[in-house]
Write a protein that binds this ligand. Sequence first.
Ligand code: OSB
Ligand code: MG
Length: 390
Amino acid sequence: TRIDAIELHRIEVPLVRPFETSFGRETVREVLMVRVRTDAGDGWGECVAGRDPFYSSEYVDGAASVIERHLGPALLGRLRVHGTQPAPRDLLPRGASVPLAAAVAPALAFVAGHRMAKGALEAAVLDAELGAQGRSMGEAFGAERDWVDCGVSVGIAPTLEELLDEVTGYLEEGYRRIKLKIRPGWDRVPVGAVRELMGPAGMLQVDANTAYTADDIPLLARLDDFDLLLIEQPFAEEDLATHARLAAECDTPVCLDESILGVSTAIDAVERGATSIINIKPGRMGGYLEALRVHDVCCDLDVPAWCGGMLETGVGRAANVALAALPGFVLPGDTSASSRYYAEDLTEPFVLGTGEHHGQLRVPDGPGTGVTVRDELVREWASVQPVTLT
Ligand code: OSB
Ligand code: MG
């Protein structure tokens, strides 16, 4: 098997409403989509880097540049798989062998960091390779459910009233848990109001995206009053020590997002008591194969996991939903329906189920991602001329 070309497509997709977090406000999602062309067929991968380097040091221009200058050339032509004996690392849980996708991370390891860029390439190769095998991502990953429970991540709102309206709408749509974005000055009051709205049994959690410091430990510990499922990433990415201090001083479980870059940081953070729940985002970890390894670590260590999101289009969402169907994903993920983000999605839309599947998304079962990219929208939404590497 051989990679013949890598295409970089930069698009802008309007959000149905602005998404505000402690690090910024977005009204459009700027996305880098990667298409690989292999002798066995094409595949699409979505890069989760944002427009600006605020959530992480990675951002769209940087990801496109590092793929053009370093990662793409390293894969092209040189990434070849010979023979039929897969190495153990090429085997996915259900025995699916993906030697080409498994060769991507080792071939790109010479570049430091840039996990989101690497993850997009690996995802595209995985889509092509599974597509050629006629296997779905869910089957290959070891999915044990046909439907996954969905939560929704709710941005910082202009007013409390607007926040409550937005949450009410999501609850009516069926979302099984609510995650509120918080920051200093937008924490106790909105969290208390949403707890009141949801009643004591509603699943509610918060995400601070690193907006607090050690001085805020007493304030954060008082969020115990609201019976939250977890508090996500209150402190800086590299600051495991302060997360461990908070965890020791409050009852609400601390969950890390930004800090978890793969298996080694996951084990380290759990062993140090800095996290007791993990948000698994494949892009942040360099791809779905590393995310599967972190999932396995969570199972071994008895750490509950859930699938995070980065406002993905249908391409990234399809793969996330497949991942979220694994047994270690025991909490609802940020895997919301397409309509929560976009009036029109890049693929067929993900729609919440009805009846017993209220608040759930169905795991795609077609080959590869199982969704089809609408080429006309890739052209229509293009913000920059596409680049083809050969
Ligand atoms: O911290 O989980 C986060 C979106 C962009 C960047 C970081 C985060 C998020 C979300 C949205 O919370 C999750 C989603 O619905 O995709
Ligand atoms: Mg987060």
